[in-house]
Design a protein around this ligand. Sequence first.
Ligand SMILES: Cc1cc2nc3c(=O)[nH]c(=O)nc-3n(C[C@H](O)[C@H](O)[C@H](O)COP(=O)(O)OP(=O)(O)OC[C@H]3O[C@@H](n4cnc5c(N)ncnc54)[C@H](O)[C@@H]3O)c2cc1C
Length: 411
Amino acid sequence: MKKVSIIGGGIIGLCSAYYLAKEGHEVVIFDKSDMTDGCSYGNAGMIVPSHIIPLAQPGMIAQGIKWMFDSQSPFYVKPRLSADLMNWGLKFYKHANKQHVEKAMPALCNLSLLSKELYQDFVKENNSFFYENKGLLMLYKTDKTAEEIIHEGKVAECFGLKVDFLSKEDVAKLETGTSTNVTGGVHYKSDSHIYPQKFMQFIKEELTKLNVTIHNKTLVEDFVMKNNIVTEIITDMGPFTTDEVVLASGSWSPNIAKKLNRAISILPGKGYSFTLNDRNQKPSIPSILCEGKVAVTPMNNDIRFGGTMEITHTNDTKINKNRVQGIVNSINDFYPDLKIEMPKEEETWFGFRPCTPSGMPIITRDKKIKNLTLATGHSMMGLSLAPATGKIVSEIISGKTTTVNTQMFQL
Ligand SMILES: Cc1cc2nc3c(=O)[nH]c(=O)nc-3n(C[C@H](O)[C@H](O)[C@H](O)COP(=O)(O)OP(=O)(O)OC[C@H]3O[C@@H](n4cnc5c(N)ncnc54)[C@H](O)[C@@H]3O)c2cc1C
């Protein structure tokens, strides 16, 4: 059995630690934060086998350019002179085509379905994280969006996912929590949701039972390498010897990879959310308000709204009120009786989605550094794909055949 060091205690790092420890490895996690509020905590909590089409898809660039001129739009690339941004943009352009989407879909579908199965195993342990199987409603207002969303639903059906196509009246019958102002919707019955903070708490407790060591507030700064093998991890708390390294550092992965003379193209996609506690009136089924790309998730007695994707850098910690206002406007437009007010700045959470230019996660053994495994770049689907990613990481390090084919998750 090996001593495995995981850099990053977000949901990908924690799920990797879980399956590695179950295999009998000695696992240590390093995280620079106190591990209470990163991207894996304030997200929309959706487990989405329905999301088989990656962000890099035909039409996305033209749409993205249109959105860049609207201050309340759901997507924005912060213009700046940066080689990383240029490189990422070029790669995104190369991937935004039909051939890529066709290869990506089965890979994402298999990974997602495995992840959902593993979430159900966790539920058997104890459902303190409010896993629910109510599906996901893609709600729309315009004919143009309806056409796209219905087409995507038909594609998902080809992958064996259960999908219902709903009229305005069907939506009203299904969503009894509050009224909706839509022209129709697509219901992905295969999707589920959880309360992310509660899941992070649950998995940390499981890791304690498995004797995993967690060093939070510990910044990984550098490495000692011999013959392309990492032998020591240098942190601001001192050096630690290791047999294996897992890079699960989300949006910060490129900076750490640089220390290992490896290049990873990931940019942070900043998104916002806010959560209202103990609301009597709220939607009962998670939804995406398609024109505004806003995610709405009931989580036990609470409700969370999330959205926007600003491709930026990790020092950009400013809350852009215009984009948050865009989220609020969409909610009131789709759910007129909710009457949501603009949240105060301190009530607005943000997180950095680790976005790859291909829209695919990277889950692979590194090609150069022999004891390095990469588990990063999960963009908008890190929560959804975390258990499956963790299981694959453990299989790679244990020298086993992976449960799903990882061809599409290479660097
Ligand atoms: C608004 C919003 C809504 C979302 N909704 C969903 C959803 O519904 N479903 C879904 O599947 N996904 C969703 N996501 C995406 C999901 O949250 C991310 O994909 C996921 O959290 C990424 O997890 P991670 O572990 O890779 O990264 P992170 O959670 O960012 O963890 C990386 C960790 O690495 C640590 N780290 C970085 N550098 C160092 C260093 N040098 N030394 C030590 N530690 C370091 C950081 O402190 C951090 O804790 C959403 C994201 C946002 C922003």
